[in-house]
Design a protein around this ligand. Structure first.
Ligand SMILES: [Ca+2]
Ligand SMILES: [Ca+2]
Length: 197
């Protein structure tokens, strides 16, 4: 967790481990397999973050969507791999970092004039971001199924994304368009990162 913005800056420089990958449904209403036979029928691989390493051959995993309460908007993460038999305390044992910067709160896509919609563009718009999450909620895609936005991007709610896209995710995107900051709710309802205990 290289650079975490306020009010969670205290987590900057701390570390989490990626947990065991599992299959999730791309369909908006169903988190885990068996997935609905209605469109979209695809599955994707997801994982959370945890306090201890999950040792496996990660080279076989392919694209992995990581979501967790420790992954927040406007933050910088460095992803590194290490052989579990090596000394975790020695930086030279780790791979070179892959730096990933998360988009601003509610920024899911560039625009949807042409499908696919393109990556986040730094702004939150009604045509574009809010429309994309609404279309995802409806499992819509033109003309044959072609998602405006993948579930992993559209799943804004809850603190630990619940791998569903429903009206709560749409509402948070709309709130972001209206200028409401992250976190979207007070700490009692939205605790934020916990640093992977
Ligand atoms: Ca956008
Ligand atoms: Ca959700």
């Amino acid at each position: 967790m290289t650079t975490i913005p306020p009010p969670y800056s205290g987590f900057s420089g701390t570390r989490c481990w990626v947990g065991e990958p599992a299959a999730y449904c791309e369909n908006a209403g169903k988190p885990t397999p068996p997935c609905p036979t209605a469109q979209p029928t695809t599955e994707f691989l997801g994982a959370g973050l945890q306090g201890t390493p999950h040792c496996m051959d990660w080279s076989t995993v392919g694209v992995l969507h990581v979501s967790d309460d420790d992954i927040v908007p406007n933050a910088v993460y460095d992803v590194q791999a290490i052989d579990c038999e090596c000394d975790f305390g020695d930086e030279t044992n780790y791979s070179a970092p892959l730096t990933i910067t998360t988009s601003r709160w509610g920024d899911l896509v560039r625009n949807c004039a042409v499908y696919p919609c393109g990556p986040p563009d730094g702004t939150v718009g009604i045509p574009g971001d809010v429309t994309a999450v609404l279309d995802k909620f409806k499992n819509l895609g033109p003309p044959a199924y072609n998602p405006a936005v993948i579930k992993s991007r559209a799943d804004l709610d809850w603190n630990i994304p619940n791998r569903r896209v429903d009206i709560s995710d749409v509402t948070f995107c709309l709130d972001a368009f209206r200028g409401f900051p992250y976190p979207p709710l007070p700490p009692a309802e939205w605790p934020g990162p916990n640093g992977c205990p």
